[in-house]
Design a protein around this ligand. Structure first.
Ligand code: 26W
Length: 812
């Protein structure tokens, strides 16, 4: 730090003293380097972003100063994914600059909305876990938690999805190609991350790790302003570079590739989110990504702590660390390693410190998603960590033996020596955490009964629930301005900062004039969505039809297949009797399949092939359309969700940890058709049994069938509509006579049907027909829709963050 007399900046430099429009013009010319007459939307977007960012900086620094002064407890949220979406609209909205920005651009003949859409969507996440992390950043800044997000600055993030002849095609996403106006690069903040090599004991008995590879983690900071900009937190993303410089000698010999080898290898760590893990190289890269960002984050937070603290035993008093699933679970041995090896502390004490700071959120019970790494891989890449994991396991075993006579700790330990040897990251995270939480009431209960049954028995106070939530700023105020305005003019604006106020809408469900306005807003949103569908896939849909939407990662447990089969059965029924008074429907899907998930990709192909047949059949024209939108991301969700009448939440009961899309739809006045799974259970409790469509097997019935053996082929034979559809698919009805194409799907459903599509099909069909009938009674439907919006207050992520802050972090 320099020694300067400059304490306060002159008032004239305060960005708030300059009208926003002037600041935009100044940035356009002097930062972007463009003349207004030549600027394209992207340039205006850059200029506006920089002008808005300027306005965030003072609040950002104030927040930092306040946190230091008050010695506020710091919360670090470690996540492989932050699906933040576009930031500009969020920032101007939270900073109260929307009207000013709109006014300035319209004065210049420009449309703010178009400029907002010029911002690329940061593709830094894959599913609900990543979006949850982004909602939490917004809520931590709104509620006033001194929170910091730590993750990876993926150069390409998640792949961009397109369709080629109906098949998913994956292409690299280039979100950084025009730069990122939100981030501050901090070249001076850089930490070494080590891999490989060996460990020796020195003369004093200390373990000394001599790694064979070292990579540097460099920091990029994005300010995150909460509602009304009072509190501004930081998202710090790490980017990898080589610790070695370019081999100039080799380069000058013309060996360009060899000279750059180290750089290329190092940089590969932060290239993409979820590198294919069907190869050993891919798996190793993924492990290295996890270690990379976890270690950098821990080194950084320890550095910050030591700036004004000497005693590391006080760490748990000042710091809480949240592990977003097991991806950063290597934090357990890494924090111990940093304390023991770099700060000369005792092992037992170090482990106690780690266990005082670390907490773990579990997001799935699917066994294949509970990470485990081959012992051999950990030994080769992280020899010192493996030693520490063994020590932790020994300590844990001693603790169990002392507390429970005769109890065998082996099945609970992090290391599973059987089947070739594995490190179970879920067990490691559990053993090293102060608190472990699930993300909905049902999921937490099932966690206690299944994956962590034995660990829960020995540490009965460790598991607790924090049902997920969503930020009402992005998921209502920004994505649905029409509804937001209607709500504000009806009950005032308090709901934005405190969503519990939205319950003041309840009486308006009985108010016909209000319902009509509510319906008019929905229709406008459906028109906007219809235009989006037309521009994306060239399909014309009728905005007055029932818009039925399923948008999420493609996975067997989420049962897009069941929805597709029901669509085909509906098509058959409509075609057989087109004049039977059908409720017109538009079935909309969007979502990506993991590149190596063959069956999920085949489901996409099936939906696209069925869409071709159905959408081109004049018999059902005006009755049924089937649409699969490519490249689902946050920006697409912001158009889709406000335009939905019906929200599909139809996972096999017991498999969706929570879901958060379900909450977004309900908040925007869509009704849910769903199973009693994840947070659907709690949504039902809040909106009331009469305002949600629940069907199907419950979690215990599913488990019984999965264990007891079921005979799906018998069920299919007993369900004529399903039988007809299955026969059509296998006989090539949707595949130009190709009877092989969908064999993978048909065989799976008939022979195994692990996710219980066949037993739930009839109930799903029946409830859909009930929905058809209720939608026709628009007045009743709108009443239910209003009650959904009005009863979603509890699902604000602000409520969730307060729960974490009070029960886990002790930070409010
Ligand atoms: C091990 C590789 C891996 C990585 C990510 C497996 C699975 C994932 C998912 C994308 C994790 C995920 O997004 N889970 C979702 O988390 C949400 C937030 O808690 C829940 O609402 C969803 O139910 C859950 O599927």
């Amino acid at each position: 730090m320099t020694d300067t007399k400059l304490e306060k900046l002159p008032e004239s430099l305060d960005p708030k003293n300059v009208p926003l429009g002037e600041a935009v013009l100044r940035h356009l010319v002097y930062s972007v380097g463009k003349d207004a007459s030549h600027a394209v939307r992207r340039d205006w977007c850059a200029a506006l972003s920089l002008a808005v960012r300027d306005r965030m900086v003072d609040g950002w620094m104030d927040t930092t100063r306040r946190i230091y002064k008050e010695k506020a407890k710091r919360v670090y949220y470690l996540s492989m994914e932050f699906m933040i979406g576009r930031l500009l609209e969020d920032a101007i909205s939270n900073m109260g600059l929307t009207a000013e920005a709109k006014g300035f651009f319209s004065e210049h003949g420009l449309d703010l909305q178009e400029i907002l859409e010029a911002e690329p969507d940061p593709a830094l996440g894959n599913g609900g876990l990543g979006r949850l992390a982004a909602c939490f950043l917004d809520s931590m800044a709104t509620v006033g938690v001194a929170g910091m997000g730590y993750g990876i600055r993926y150069e390409h993030g998640i792949f961009r999805q397109s369709f080629q002849d109906g098949w998913q095609l994956e292409e690299p996403e280039d979100w950084l190609i025009f730069g990122n106006n939100w981030e501050f690069h901090r070249p001076e903040v850089s930490y070494p991350i080590s891999f490989g090599g060996s460990v020796q004991q020195d003369a004093q008995g200390k373990m000394v790790w001599t790694p064979s590879e070292r990579i540097l983690a460099g920091a990029f900071d994005t300010p995150i302003a909460g509602w009304q900009g009072k509190h501004v937190n930081t998202l710090r993303l790490w980017s990898a570079r080589s610790a070695e410089t370019l081999n100039l000698h080799q380069f000058n010999q013309g060996e360009f590739m060899a000279a750059s080898r180290q750089q290329v290898l190092a940089e590969s760590i932060t290239k993409v989110l979820y590198p294919g893990d069907h190869t050993a190289e891919g798996r190793e890269l993924r492990l290295k990504q996890e270690v990379f960002f976890t270690s950098a984050s821990l080194q950084d937070l320890l550095h910050r702590f030591l700036l004004d603290n000497k005693d590391l035993t006080a760490l748990p008093k000042h710091v809480a660390i949240q592990l977003n699933d097991t991806h950063p679970a290597i934090a357990v041995p890494e924090l111990v390693r940093l304390l023991v090896d770099e700060h000369d502390m005792e092992f037992v004490q170090s482990f106690e410190i780690a266990r005082g700071c670390l907490n773990y959120t579990n997001h799935t019970l699917l066994p294949e998603a509970l990470e485990k790494w081959p012992l051999e891989l950990i030994e080769r890449c992280l020899p010192r960590h493996l030693q520490i994991i063994r020590e932790i396991d020994n300590l844990f075993a001693a603790e169990i033996r002392a507390k429970f006579e005769g109890k065998d700790p082996a099945p609970m330990q992090a290391i599973d020596p059987h089947h070739g040897g594995w490190v179970r990251m879920g067990n490691l995270a559990f053993i090293g955490a102060k608190r472990v939480n699930g993300v909905s009431a049902l999921h937490t209960e099932l966690m206690k009964q299944t994956v962590f049954k034995d660990l829960h028995e020995v540490y009965p106070d460790r598991i607790l629930n924090q049902t997920n939530g969503i930020t009402p700023r992005r998921w209502l105020k920004e994505c649905n301005p029409g509804l937001a305005e209607l709500i504000t003019e009806t009950i005032g604006e308090d709901w934005v900062g405190d969503l519990s106020h939205i319950s003041e809408l309840v009486p308006y469900a009985e108010d016909k004039a209000f319902r009509d306005k509510f319906k008019a807003v929905k229709l406008e949103n459906k028109k906007r969505l219809a235009a989006y569908i037309q521009s994306e896939v060239g399909i014309k849909v009728d905005p007055t039809a029932l818009f039925d939407i399923q948008i999420k990662r493609i996975h067997e447990y989420k049962r897009q297949l069941m929805n597709a089969l029901e669509t085909m059965a509906l098509y058959n029924a409509m075609k057989a009797d087109p004049k039977a008074g059908w409720q017109p429907r538009v079935k909309i899907f969007a979502g990506k399949a993991a590149p190596s998930y063959t069956l999920a990709k085949l489901i996409i192909k099936l939906i696209n092939d069925a869409a071709k047949v159905i959408n081109n059949d004049p018999d059902v024209d005006g009755l049924l359309k089937l649409v699969f939108l490519p490249n689902y991301n946050v920006s697409a969700a912001e158009i889709l969700i406000p335009g939905a009448d019906l929200s599909e939440q139809i996972s096999t009961a017991g498999f969706e940890a929570s879901g958060t899309g379900n909450m977004k739809f309900a908040l925007n006045g869509a009704l849910t058709v769903g199973t009693l799974d994840g947070a659907n259970v709690e949504i039902k409790e809040h909106v009331g049994d009469d305002n949600i469509f629940i069907f199907g097997l419950e979690a215990d019935e599913v488990a019984a069938r999965q264990h007891g053996g079921c005979q799906p082929w018998v069920t299919v034979a007993e369900t004529p509509r399903l039988q007809e559809v299955v026969t059509q698919i296998s006989s090539g009805f949707y595949s130009n006579g190709d009877t092989e194409r969908f064999k993978g799907i048909v065989d799976n459903v008939l022979a195994h049907d692990y996710f219980q599509v066949t037993p739930d099909f009839q109930a799903y069909w029946d409830i859909q027909r009930k929905i058809d009938g209720e939608f026709k009674d628009q007045d009743t439907w709108q009443r239910m829709a209003v009650l959904n919006t009005a009863n979603m207050g509890w699902f604000s992520a602000d409520r969730t963050i307060r729960g974490y802050a009070n029960d886990i972090w002790k930070a409010l």
